[in-house]
Write a protein that binds this ligand. Sequence first.
Ligand SMILES: Cc1ncc(COP(=O)(O)O)c(C=O)c1O
Length: 430
Amino acid sequence: MSEAISSFEPGEAFARRMDEEDPLRRFRDEFLFPSDAHGGPVVYLAGNSLGLQPRKARGYIEQELDDWARYAVEGHQKARHPWLPYHEELTEQAARLVGAKPLEVVVMNSLTVNLHLMMVSFYRPTRERFKILVEGGAFPSDRYGVASQARFHGFSREQAVVEVSPRAGEATVRDEDLAEAIAREGSSLALVLLGNVNYLTGQAFDIAAVTRAAHAQGALVGFDLAHGAGNLLLDLHDAGPDFAVWCSYKYLNGGPGTVAGCFVHERHAHAREIPRFEGWWGHDKGTRFSMPPTFQALPGAEGWQLSNPPIFQLAALRASLELFDDATMPALRRKSERLTGYLAYLLGRLPEGFCRVLTPSEPRRRGAQLSLRIERGAGNPRDLLPRLAEAGVVCDFREPDVIRAAPAPLYCSFRDVFRFVEVLERHARI
Ligand SMILES: Cc1ncc(COP(=O)(O)O)c(C=O)c1O
């Protein structure tokens, strides 16, 4: 038994003690929880899908509504948070979240839009070097994205998209298989694009190692951090991928469909010749309003912006990013490892053949989420989810048979994890 596992105890008293000792416990009160049948907060383990609403989000949005009423067009300069530079207020916070320099990040668009914008610039296939390597079981939008980019350049999906899948009987991709595939594709490889964390299995890849391996073959590297931002301790600048994109409605609690994030490594910050789709918000701020006919890209990630951003969405996101700044990612990650370790420990105590955890067991290879394959004796996982919901537990189901449970460290407690496993065991047996 590892030291980490031996430091957990099975009873509820342990969970209570852990919550009392949790240095981040005050952040739970900063969020609004849906109610269970008894009027108490649900056990919310779906923050990997949609994060909870920060209490302050409503006030921050209302302030923008007030300023819109009061100032109308002049709000661009006169609002308490002037709208013209509003997105810049989030840049440093977003940079801290992903371990980047402010020059390297921008908050804009939605994830899939950003992914396409990045591929327009960083997937530039030639007849010899045209392949895109992805993990088998990548999120569908990423798969559609890479296949359509390949087709756009005249390659079929079959020709251009290489998938690295888990070995037969295994749930996650082995690091050595990924490295071997990158080396094998070698000079035909134009881009490596991985979801970090993989949405279905919860597997996290080593960004620095993948980047080194891909760069050694002359390929560029991008990461989809939809399940990584606000979850993993990221160091994008040092790890060195060429770009990354993420959404802000999962662990980042920015609200449904809210404005996303984008990272472009500093090495590309001043390369104005990189082909890109251009819009006026990516144009030099000094001359933007003199409306020149020729586009002059801003340095860094900002130079990929297209449109002026949605202020209400930015306001809600600001409410959440302030909490991340207050809590800090290293402290959140410390709690997260412990919380998810506790979840794995309790699941490991369930009767044999009940459910199988697909997510890697080493903390460095996963984030908050554990993906469970419900097995024999526990019934149909599709039926299980509504039963869990009735019992006040919210997690989610992904086809064909996976339940995902993610205790987000900002607002989940050790008691939440305890209650989840207790309810799971009770209801899976009915
Ligand atoms: C890994 C991953 N990539 C891409 C997306 C698509 O995001 P969007 O609809 O914001 O473009 C999602 C959505 O859940 C996702 O989980």
